[in-house]
Write a protein that binds this ligand. Structure first.
Ligand SMILES: [Zn+2]
Ligand SMILES: [Zn+2]
Length: 383
């Protein structure tokens, strides 16, 4: 790194540090980026916190240019393998309370460094309270509305649904911690619907370092939830007979399992809590895997796509689902489309290193997730 000058605007006091050989007291006329006033060299060298950051960056990159302010610094850098260098710099920065972003501007690589905001502390009593409430609502609503006041059926339904939702969220959490992204405990969402819940979610407390991590974190939840759903549905099918109540929805995976256990696809299902919760979970998994916004499928898609094409697809998915209301007016797909349009009305924030591409392994992981999306895709049925 070359010599650094501290420049201050004589009019508005805007301060910045940049590479310059100007001497103390020298003037840069009309160069203040904020007010256009004159800037003077008031000091030489970087303040100690940015100097430390600078030496961390210089260990991995060659620094071509630098501009720093009180709260952030931007390095123009070069490296043979920017992705690898960045991930090493990032882990050192994070230990010191900073976070970095790698972006391409024209032909230049820009590494921006910010002070990372303090992450809020977990309040596990809220997670526990929500879990207990959801146990009560999933049990209560299914007891009255689905299983005609059968305690064992409602208990089996409630516990299996919570287990699958829990597995889904644990999948996200494990992948997050593998990629050193802090994540909250799962929040279960109780709701006065006949299922008693709107699912569960976890909150990521830090930014996602790169595309590989984004795909891992997005895919691991649905994949783990799907595996447990297939397992529990299979157990349910083993202990029930075909026939009975007609279904409202089905999905290809449920049909495959029915063929496997029954040798045919019956028009209805005997009331089985496990088969019911398992197929509900598959449909939830599929809804979550639409390649849109910040849905799990949206994260995976953002790993494959640029910011712009991802946003275009998000809008397209939203409007397609909304217009599907004209074709299937009796089914709530249009509502999902409306939510996607309203909630994800801004491009996905992306990852800190937007330069490095997905690894072949993570591409396979993304396509596996897409297969699960299709296998769980809800098909209006009977009802
Ligand atoms: Zn100024
Ligand atoms: Zn998820």
């Amino acid at each position: 790194m070359g010599p650094i000058a501290k420049l201050q605007c004589l009019a508005c006091k805007h301060t910045e540090y940049c590479m310059s050989t100007l001497g103390l007291g020298e003037l840069l006329v009309e160069s203040c980026p904020r007010c256009g006033g004159d800037m003077a060299v008031v000091d030489r060298g970087l303040p100690s916190s940015w100097a430390r950051v600078g030496s961390v960056v210089e260990n991995e990159f060659s620094v071509v240019d630098l501009i720093a302010y009180e709260d952030r610094a931007e390095f123009e850098v070069e490296a043979e393998n920017p992705g690898r260098s960045f991930s090493r710099v990032l882990s050192k920065l994070q230990k010191n309370g900073f976070v970095g972003v790698l972006r391409k501007r024209g032909d230049c690589l820009k590494l921006q460094v910010f002070r990372s905001p303090r992450s809020a502390r977990d309040k596990p009593h809220l997670n526990i309270l929500l879990l207990l409430t959801t146990v009560i609502t999933t049990f209560g609503f299914s007891y009255f509305l689905i299983f005609e006041r059968s305690v064992p059926y409602a208990a089996l339904f409630s516990s299996s649904l919570l287990a699958m939702l829990g597995a889904h969220e644990m999948g996200h959490k494990l992948a997050a911690s593998r990629n050193r992204v802090e994540a909250s405990l799962p929040y279960f969402i109780p709701a006065p619907t006949f299922l008693g819940t709107l699912g569960a979610l976890i909150r990521l407390k830090g930014p996602i370092p790169n595309r590989n991590a984004l795909v891992e974190i997005g895919a691991s939840g649905p994949l783990l939830g799907f595996l447990v759903a297939v397992l529990l549905t299979s157990i349910g099918l083993m202990f029930s007979e075909p026939g009975g109540e007609p279904l409202i929805f089905t999905c290809p995976m449920l049909m495959v399992l029915q063929l496997l256990f029954y040798g045919r696809i019956p028009s209805g299902l005997e009331q089985s809590p496990l088969v019911f919760s398992g197929s509900v979970m598959m449909v939830i998994t599929s809804l979550n895997l639409f390649p849109a916004g910040q849905l799990d499928g949206g994260h995976v898609a953002r790993g494959l796509l640029s910011r712009e094409s991802h946003y275009m697809i998000t809008r397209a998915v939203g409007f397609l689902l909304l217009f599907s209301g004209f074709i299937f007016p009796g089914y709530p797909f249009w509502l999902w489309g409306l939510l996607i349009i309203l909630i994800f009305n801004q491009p996905h924030g992306g990852v800190l290193d937007d330069i490095s591409e997905l690894s072949p392994f993570h591409k396979h992981l993304a396509f596996l997730t897409f297969a699960v999306f299709l296998l769980c895709f809800p098909i209006p049925w009977g009802g």
